[in-house]
Design a protein around this ligand. Structure first.
Ligand SMILES: Nc1ncnc2c1ncn2[C@@H]1O[C@H](COP(=O)(O)OP(=O)(O)OP(=O)(O)O)[C@@H](O)[C@H]1O
Ligand SMILES: [Mg+2]
Length: 581
């Protein structure tokens, strides 16, 4: 219960609305009971043969009570549900902030789809339980004892006989509600599975078609659909049974009252008005009890959700700003790495290790090696997206002593997958800058990354939407856009992770020349598979398959010694010559 109570304190942040909503609950319920009592007594008075001239006044009272009931019900929902929605929005925002702030190592170990769906459905579970759930519970807390007390004051025997079917119904609910929840969860899971399958197949449509796997994938989808159908049918069955049970219990209560009450009425010791009150009050006890059953069924899920969300909120972020940050001053871009290494959590060996190298301000460092050698990991450590062991200094200051904002502002990072948002080309480039860029600067960036020709051919030029709802960019165009995004912040250090692999060698050479040549003060660190990308670098680091540094030096030095670099260079040269023929 404790975690849920802690979440309830979030509701208390909106104290006034919440309390106003709570205050409306008894008012609405009492007005409801009032109507029954007023009508019942009126019936009794009429039965006794009193003149009917009190009726117009009575209608007025009933109308007033009905208005009160309607108004307070409306207000109670309005305030309490609104507060629950506020809490939901705040919580989702807090979780989003937390998730974006958590380091890469967190996202690496948890699947992003899982996190998102878990967060949304967990928040909904908590909201339902603490918002509408608490509201219905409070309603029942007022309605049930008040109605039962009234029933007993009227006729204790009848009240007791009526409790029997009610008790049976409560027992039945206790039995059926867990089944209902189990099946509704199964249905939710199978729907999530279906949409994940559909989504994956459509985003990977090229692979599906390329391998001629349409029918096979369709059959898998069919199987998932069949599972979903089976779950839906079971849920329907459980729902049907629950409905049948509650309605049967309801009707049998009614039968008991009619039979016993009818007899009593015929024997003249139960006035008609009281019988009416009995019937009506029984209904009023009945539905809140069913709601209570539902809420009790929601409790375990809400509790589990609260625990999970709390765990996420308490997730510690090891990447923090230093207590004594480096004094603010212009960044030069000089790197010094000594015995740097990184091991992924749970991995048997370091992704890369023993990297020691100096890069002067405005200089360049190439990182090469076979696939899986740790190039990407090394670059992530330089951006402090992963916390490396050993020491990396930028401008003589250890990376952890940099304020994160300053460090990231100094770096222009182009990831290997050159991820772009579904937005305009311009917005994607401006993403890298801290402020909107002028038309001229955008055009300059387009020119710098050799995209101007292609952009001119796009329907809306730089304002063309790219991605899902727009133009699909080629691999090379994506890469150059990602570079433009990195250049948009005019970084002192440009970090390129195999960011030119999809452009032809000529464009690559031109791009590298402009990137470096345009501003000699910019340090460039680039990982690459194609060795021609790094041949002009001041220094090249060759990582081996096991993540160790195999060799280090300039292009000429590395070519002079036997090893992976020379072999790969010769093979790639031969390939490009063949391609030219
Ligand atoms: N999130 C991760 N969790 C665990 N191990 C990982 C993770 N990411 C990468 N690795 C492992 O770390 C090693 C280095 O990976 P990395 O991506 O840095 O290689 P790379 O040199 O960039 O490869 P490529 O040339 O294919 O881009 C690989 O063995 C890889 O399997
Ligand atoms: Mg890589």
């Amino acid at each position: 219960m404790k975690p849920l109570l802690r979440f309830f304190t979030r509701f208390l942040r909106h104290k006034r609305q919440l309390l106003a909503g709570f205050a409306c609950i008894p008012l609405a319920q009492l007005a409801d009971i009032g109507i029954t009592v007023v009508i019942g007594t009126a019936l009794d008075r009429l039965q006794k043969g009193e003149p009917a001239d009190f009726l117009p006044g009575l209608f007025g009272i009933i109308l007033g009570l009905s208005l009160c009931k309607g108004l307070f019900r409306y207000l109670q929902r309005w305030w309490i549900v609104a507060v629950s929605r506020y809490v939901e929005i705040e919580l989702k925002q807090e979780l989003f902030d937390k998730l974006v702030s958590l380091p890469l190592s967190f996202h690496v170990k948890s699947r992003s789809g899982d996190v998102v769906s878990r967060v949304t459905s967990d928040v909904e579970n908590i909201r339902m339980f603490l918002g509408p759930g608490v509201m219905y519970t409070l309603g029942a807390v007022v309605m049930v004892p008040a109605s039962i007390a009234l029933l007993f004051t009227h006729n204790a025997t009848l009240a007791l006989t009526m409790l029997l079917p009610l008790g049976l119904m409560a027992l039945g609910m206790k039995f059926f509600t867990p089944r209902l929840h189990t099946w509704s969860e199964a249905v939710q899971e199978s729907i999530a599975d279906l949409s994940a399958r559909a989504q994956e197949n459509f985003s990977g449509i090229r692979v599906v078609k390329g391998y001629g796997r349409e029918q096979e994938q369709a059959r898998r989808f069919e199987a998932a659909s069949a599972r979903n159908r089976a779950n839906q049918v079971e849920l329907g069955r459980a729902r049907g049974l629950t409905h049948a049970l509650t309605h049967a219990a309801n009707d049998s209560t009614f039968v008991v009252i009619l039979v016993i009450g009818g007899w009593a009425m015929i024997d003249r010791d139960l006035p008609a008005g009281q019988l009416f009150q009995f019937i009506d009050l029984t209904f009023k006890v009945f539905w809140p009890l069913i709601a209570l059953g539902w809420i009790a069924g929601m409790y375990p899920r809400a509790l589990a959700s609260a625990r999970r969300i709390e765990e996420l909120l308490n997730e510690r972020n090891p990447v923090q700003d230093p207590l004594e940050p480096r004094p603010a001053q212009p960044v030069r871009g000089e790197w010094e790495l000594s015995s740097l290494s990184y091991t992924y959590p749970g991995a048997a060996r370091p992704a890369f290790q023993g990297v020691s190298v100096r890069v002067r301000a405005g200089g360049s460092l190439g990182i090469v090696g076979p696939t899986g050698a740790g190039k990407t990991t090394l670059l992530l450590c330089l951006c402090r997206m992963l916390e490396a062991q050993g020491e990396a200094r930028l401008d003589g200051v250890a990376i952890p002593r940099w304020k994160l904002r300053e460090l990231r502002a100094a770096l222009g990072y182009v990831p290997q997958d050159s991820f772009l948002f579904s937005d305009t080309w311009r917005a994607n480039v401006e993403f890298g800058a801290d402020a909107p860029l002028g038309e001229e600067r955008i055009r300059e960036l387009a020119h710098l990354c050799a995209m101007d020709g292609e952009l001119a051919g796009f329907p809306d030029g730089i304002e063309t939407r790219i991605g899902e709802r727009g133009v699909t960019l080629s691999g090379g165009q994506r890469q150059r856009t990602a570079i433009a995004r990195a250049l948009a912040r005019d970084p002192r250090v440009l970090v390129l992770d195999d960011a030119l692999s999809a452009v032809d060698t000529e464009t690559e050479a031109r791009l590298l020349a402009t990137i470096q040549g345009q501003s000699a003060h910019r340090t460039v660190i680039l990982a690459a598979h194609r060795l021609s990308s790094v041949q002009r670098a001041d220094q090249i680091l060759v990582l081996g398959r096991d993540g160790r540094v195999e060799a280090q030096g300039t292009h000429a030095e590395l070519l002079a010694q036997p090893g992976w670099y020379r072999e790969t260079w010769q093979r790639q040269q031969a390939q490009s010559e063949l391609a030219r023929l």
